[in-house]
Design a binder for this molecule. Sequence first.
Ligand SMILES: *Cc1c(COP(=O)(O)O)cnc(C)c1O
Length: 421
Amino acid sequence: MQFSQELISLAAAAETALAGRFAAIDAVAFANTDRVMDSFRAHRVSDSMFQSSSGYGFDDKGRETLDAIFAELMGTEAAFVRHNIVSGTHALSIGLFGLLRPGDILYSVAGKPYDTLEQVIGISGKAGDGSLADFGVSYRQTELNADGSFRTDEILNTLKTEPQIKVVFLQRSKGYLNRKTLSVEQIGDLIRKIREIKQDVFVVVDNCYGEFVETREPGHVGADLVIGSLIKNPGGGMAECGAYLAGTARAVELASYRLTSVGVGVEQGATLGQNKSLYKGVFYAPHTVAQALKTALFAAYVFEKLGYTVEPKWDEPRYDIIQTVQTGSAEGLCAFCRGIQKGSPVDAFVTPEPWDMPGYTDQVVMAAGGFTQGSSIELSADGPLRAPFTAFFQGGLTYESGKLGILSAAQMLLEKKENKA
Ligand SMILES: *Cc1c(COP(=O)(O)O)cnc(C)c1O
């Protein structure tokens, strides 16, 4: 690819300025790789665990061992990892339906959960479709403070006055919201305070986009159930599909009865030859997450210097892999996505166009040129066509390819500006 001299100089300046941050990211990746390899060694991972099972999948040693490895990495007593959980939303739905009963309250303490959970909870969608609300589970929500911190007093008061609260739910990553991502330390502080006044609630964390960004996970600071998708961080760009749930023995048991059926739980589940890619995925994950983080930092620096508002800024702390750039116009957002697409390994020749995505009020434009459909540990971007025309993007399997994608997006934006001038 050909880039302007301005961009080439800016890229060099970015890498000089970011050297310290990159070293810190490498140190986290090293510590997390050490944890992964310790766990592989302790569980005697061997070639025989990559065998395929069929039918009921009883005694699938590879599946059972990977469950134990995920539990260890997530800081929990138990876990299950399955290729046949179709998405993060599916995994979250398994967890919530596993824990909640009629009359219970689901309480979200970090504001609105991810869009796709609205229909699961029953705060949008049709009555009668089988949401939690249809089964008599109510919902409460407390917003975050403007600075992104928890409204701790309000949360503790609500827990005292509403004894039917069974699940305290929080989303670690900002997702596609305009808020800060929560650190593991913040999550741990809140859990400690909740435990002081109430022991019989399950704290459930939507961990999507957060895995391996720090050296601890929400399970290390007391979360009862931690849930995420394998086509994001913990699949390392290797897993073809799937998700995991990790938590206390009881929470995971209850969730497992929703995964399959009551009484069966994790005992069944043919792996159909998927074990090896899931093992490889978690082996790569700390490194791949580091590549995505470096790509995001590089983008933050470059676009900030080009005069765009970015979040987080390049010198701010980061607790997930998401980066936003306010492109300022519909054409800007489309140019940005065209650039990312052009700088992707697959479908680089395709031109993303805005479309009316079901369930969204504004048109949406997306760039996705990954090996796995919808995989967002691979470089991918999207944004709704409304002011301030923010591009949300994440991923990058290798820093080198991520950097090329970002430079390609920057080049498109610069060319668009010049054409206008
Ligand atoms: C991606 C994501 C989900 C849902 O995952 P899907 O695989 O798209 O269903 C839920 N929560 C957060 C924060 C996410 O980033």
